[in-house]
Write a protein that binds this ligand. Structure first.
Ligand code: SAM
Length: 274
């Protein structure tokens, strides 16, 4: 028997018009729509006169529901997965069913469409050649700290999803760990109160940001300080001459000039040898 197809369909992130003709067509034609929250999606389906039957598919029943949906697909039914907003699989369920479908030889058809991080990045004015989508930040400060330290030296724009009541504490922590980099905050994209806040972290910490709605933070990537080996060695030797220990001197120079610690350490070894 011919297997069905699994369509992954992006839906608007605010403005109901941000849906493609193809997405509406697919949602009309499939046998079932697997929706994250059927009540939320009802509004969208009603707006576009789509009467396809919905099945709930969310992070709490994702595993169990995936195998039921695979049975439907194996039986020849076409299914579209949608989330509450944006692209399923981007900080939303659908990874499990996609992996399962691939394992079962079912065709996966991901449609291009709305997602929050792309307009947030494009509107940020920051580097769009290289970027890293980090997604939701951990709630706990300790885990957030660890994550930031891990990605501090990545030479790409960094994109975070963050909840409104944590925006300020996150900006402060970002400044503490990443230094005073450029940042852009996109609030309520595609909605009436869409706002971009752009500047350095220190400026945005002083800015009155409305802590309501949905937010994407885009942070400037790591920039290698253009300091030659000779300059670093000079800085190191002047600290060592003042009686600073080698390890402390390495720490001070790498922190002050935002240089990779291993580079400064290797230069300190060279200096010692000479
Ligand atoms: N699947 C979605 C996507 O493709 O972007 C993301 C869903 S995730 C559960 C929700 C988060 O996305 C929000 O907390 C916020 O960080 C971001 N987001 C969603 N809609 C947004 C909007 N209109 N403006 C700004 N951020 C938005």
């Amino acid at each position: 028997m011919k297997k069905g197809k699994l369509y992954i369909v992006p839906t608007p992130i605010g403005n109901l018009k941000d849906i493609t003709y193809r997405a509406v067509e697919v949602l009309n034609e499939v046998d079932y729509i697997a929706a994250e929250d059927t009540r939320t999606s009802k509004i969208l389906l009603k707006h576009y006169n789509i009467s396809t039957q919905m099945i709930s598919y969310h992070k709490y029943n994702e595993k169990k529901r995936s195998s039921e949906l695979i049975n439907f697909l194996n039986a020849g039914k076409d299914i579209a997965v949608i989330s509450d907003a944006g692209t399923p699989g981007i900080s939303d369920p659908s990874q499990i069913i996609i992996k399962e479908a691939i394992l079962h030889g079912i065709q996966v058809v991901p449609l291009p469409g709305a997602t929050a991080f792309v307009p947030a990045l494009i509107g940020s004015g920051l580097n769009t050649d290289n970027f890293m989508f980090v997604g939701f930040l951990p709630d706990k400060l300790k885990s957030k700290n660890e994550l930031f330290l891990k990605i501090k030296s990545i030479n790409s724009s960094l994109i975070f999803y963050e909840s409104p009541h944590r925006i300020f504490s996150t900006l402060k922590l970002l400044k503490e760990i990443f230094g005073d980099r450029k940042v852009s905050i996109a609030r309520e994209l595609s909605k009436i109160y869409e706002t971009f806040y752009r500047g350095n972290l220190s400026e945005l910490i002083q800015t009155e940001i409305v802590e309501k709605g949905e937010f994407v933070i885009v942070l400037e990537g790591y920039k290698t300080t253009k300091m030659s080996d000779k300059e670093i060695i000079e800085k190191l030797s002047s600290l060592l001459e003042k009686g600073e220990k080698q390890s402390k001197a390495v720490k001070i120079i790498s922190k002050t000039y935002d240089l990779p610690k291993n580079r400064v350490y290797e230069l300190s070894l060279k200096l010692k040898e000479s």
